[in-house]
Design a protein around this ligand. Structure first.
Ligand code: DI6
Ligand code: FE
Length: 409
């Protein structure tokens, strides 16, 4: 009696389930799927019967490794234009903050994004999304934040939702209205924050466009007090929050995020001991973004030892955006998390699977190969899981399975 839809055999499994070795390895494993969810995971030898009697379809994974599908939990994937000229300016000596203060930076992308309709935004984002998907990503978080007016913020989020319908990917949207001060509010950041908290946020929420809310808490973004105003408004609407915190300076954004039970605090190069403690107590995930660290040639490392010591969960993401991280490879971020931040390959892989799921509030549903979870997984042509971190610019992905169905091969 075939109870399972699909059964995958002859694979080694890096389940990423905590408790065993760092990868949760099951050598010579088997993985069964029923109605889009994982129905059974274990050693082939422990299968409760003959494969063809157990499942309608049996797949030979040919000795590859299977991991949970990858999750990119922090991107600004939807935007128009590019910032190659700013890259050249920075190569000539200007800093990221100099460029922002001169009206370039985020605001130049705001101008291009305001001028783009929804079709143009979807078209511009498509190759970036396809690049991520080609590496076995099945969940992507996408933020607004290049509109800074109600229409454009809503249009960005609608474009993100459309990508989730048009491609084999689960898109989680985040409203980042408090990303930068738009020119029409110059010198009136209090008024802009009031607009974001009291007008724009309730409206995008009413339209069902935002799954979470984020704020750029920084000298060139918004103060801790302004950040708190937006977090409070989000919480009043029942929306989860996250914060771009301690990227360029210590503003206390991580501790503030923790006070609002944030899903994550992201960047964190300047995180203090107090911030790390607060995050640990609140269960707030540290999302590290090595692409931004690399692109901006930062020298201050996020305090990895501190995060480990306090037991703060660590996720890794691309931060895909036109300014500080023009990155569309999550595998490269795994490599950089190890090379630049000294994470272990297992920590980095957990960072784009189990902990990335947790950073999106999806930890119960995704991120590990465990019975009951959504059957999103990847088969890789590798001899050991550390190869995913070790190679630079390689893509050993073989098959991508989403809710039990092969979507990429
Ligand atoms: N931090 C970042 O790294 C991005 N946004 C943010 O708040 C950069 C966005 C950009 O430069 O366009
Ligand atoms: Fe970001």
């Amino acid at each position: 009696m075939a109870d399972w839809d699909d059964l995958w055999l002859d694979a080694h499994l890096a389940t990423m389930v905590p408790g065993g070795d760092a990868y949760g390895v099951i050598a010579n494993g088997a993985l069964a799927v029923r109605e889009g969810r994982i129905a059974w995971v274990g050693a082939h030898a422990d299968l409760p019967g003959a494969p063809h009697a157990l499942a309608r379809r049996v797949h030979d994974a040919r000795g590859t490794w299977i991991t949970p599908a990858l999750i990119d939990c922090h991107t600004h994937l939807v935007y128009a234009g590019d910032r190659a000229a700013e890259f050249e300016m920075r190569l000539e000596g200007a800093s990221y903050e100099d460029v922002a203060r001169a009206g370039g930076g985020i605001l130049s992308t705001v101008r291009a994004t305001r001028a783009a309709d929804e079709d143009a935004l979807v078209a511009a984002a498509t190759p970036r999304l396809e690049a991520l998907l080609s590496e076995g990503v099945t969940v992507v978080e996408i933020k607004s934040g290049y509109g800074l007016d109600l229409d454009t913020e809503a249009r960005m989020l609608a474009a993100a939702r459309r990508l989730g319908r048009d491609f084999p990917v689960t898109v989680v949207t985040t409203f980042l209205g408090a990303h930068a001060l738009p020119p029409e509010y110059a010198g009136r950041s209090g008024d802009y924050i009031a607009f974001v908290a009291d007008r724009a946020l309730p409206e995008v929420h009413r339209q069902g466009l935002a799954d979470a809310v984020d704020v750029f808490c920084e000298r060139i973004g918004f103060s801790a007090a302004e950040t708190e105003r937006v977090l409070a408004a989000a919480r009043a609407l029942g929306l989860p929050v996250k914060v771009h915190a301690e990227q360029l300076s210590d503003q206390g954004g991580a501790a503030l995020a923790a006070r609002y039970a944030a899903l994550s605090a992201d960047h964190l190069e300047y995180l203090s001991d107090e911030g790390a403690r607060a995050m640990a107590a609140a269960g707030t995930v540290a999302v590290l973004l090595p692409g931004a660290f690399y692109t901006l040639r930062e020298t201050r490392l996020p305090p990895i030892e501190l995060l480990r010591r306090h037991g703060v969960p660590i996720a890794i993401a691309t931060d895909c955006n036109p300014g500080s991280s023009p990155v569309t490879s999550l595998l490269l971020m795994i490599n950089m998390a190890c090379t630049l931040f000294r994470l272990t390959p297992a920590e980095a892989l957990a960072g784009v699977t189990r902990e990335a799921a947790r950073a999106l509030g999806l930890g119960a549903e995704r991120g590990t190969l465990a019975t009951g979870k959504v059957a999103d997984f990847v088969t890789w042509d590798i001899a050991r899981p550390a190869e995913l971190a070790y190679r630079v610019g390689a893509n050993p992905r073989r098959q991508v399975v989403r809710t039990g169905t092969i979507v990429g091969a």
